[in-house]
Design a protein around this ligand. Sequence first.
Ligand code: GLU
Length: 449
Amino acid sequence: MTELHRELHDIYDEVARRNPGEVEFHQAVYEVLNSLGPVVEKHPDYVDTAVIRRLCEPERQIIFRVPWFDDSGTVQINRGFRVEFNSALGPFKGGLRFHPSVYLGIVKFLGFEQIFKNSLTGLPIGGAKGGSDFDPKGRSDGEIMRFCQSFMTELYRHLGEYTDVPAGDIGVGMREIGYLFGQYKRITNRYESGVFTGKGLTWGGSQVRTEATGYGTVFFVDEILRAEGQSFDGKKVVVSGSGNVAIYAIEKVHALGGSVVACSDSSGYVYDEKGIDLELLKEVKESRRGRIADYVEARRGTAHLVTSRSVWEVACDIALPCATQNELGGDDADMLIDSGCRIVAEGANMPCTPEAVKRFDAAGVTFAPGKAANAGGVATSALEMQQNASRDSWTFEDTEARLAEIMRRIHDRCLSTAEEYGQPGNYAAGANIAGFIRVADAMLALGLV
Ligand code: GLU
């Protein structure tokens, strides 16, 4: 890790001390503070008014018990979380993650990232995140519904279209949002569409929301390529993951003329030299809720499964980590660099370790951080809120055009901010600084909050 500016160092130490053991949260805070040196040099008032220290402390944290009956009639107990991190720019906004790895440190890292991501979109949304250590894998539809209903029986009192608006994340898709929204509606007796995003199209959802995170990531890379006078045409791409973000990233890469030759899940990766067959992948992952091994079997011959090594050993021009945090480490970065990869864009939240990012920087690989590259998901959530507020719904084409325009603006803002603060071409610095300044100025305007 590089040395932090002195005042920022003290802030980091305080965060580490007050949030013991929450390593992912420490990592996310360090990464942002590391970019803010030139900002506090120019504007010491951000330190004097304690706005950075305040930003590192969530406005509210909710932890609750989630009891539910499994199919055998046994009582199961999980832990639910919602960290309402910052509402200076708008209602708290951010997804819910259901995964056994979820604990307070993960929710805080995601909530903290969300503040800057949401700020970067330029839209009126604050930052939050939530979820549970519930593991949906292998659970029946009835179990998922009972879990969601119990989760919402506690969480509903903290939500509202002007207060806190959750959405999906890992393990939470349209099915889960349906059960959560259904329970919210039942308890509150209000059809309050704007309290959730990621809803189904027949009950208040927005076109393009399902595709938005993956499409947005690819639009962002397209802007990077464009700035270099290039395009996706003929580019070889490797994507990690095979969930919602990965699937729609693959779809857009193919639409723009590139070829995705590998993707993965927690059991390993699939290499498909002819390019991933997206219809088949969707069928296996979305309809059957299957594994990539099922994809390989159905593909008969052209694809093969590798279970013992990392997907980042596959040679490519562009890498899109779309699985989960810290999935791409220093050694993986070296493999990508050696194979000639020129651009890495994070579809997931913080998938590259600090060591990996350091090596990309040293090797001149363009690195697009998640809070910029994957902001299309939450930006389209904000478009869903706009449609709900005006009881309107827009076409696919119109919504997609707005998403593309938002990604273009985020890209340009990252570049111009990086330039302004003396780090031309550094997207991570540009994203952190631009995201920070908008939210910090709003906090200052609102008094001591
Ligand atoms: N979970 C997504 C993210 O990481 C989306 C959040 C939302 O749409 O509110 O940005």
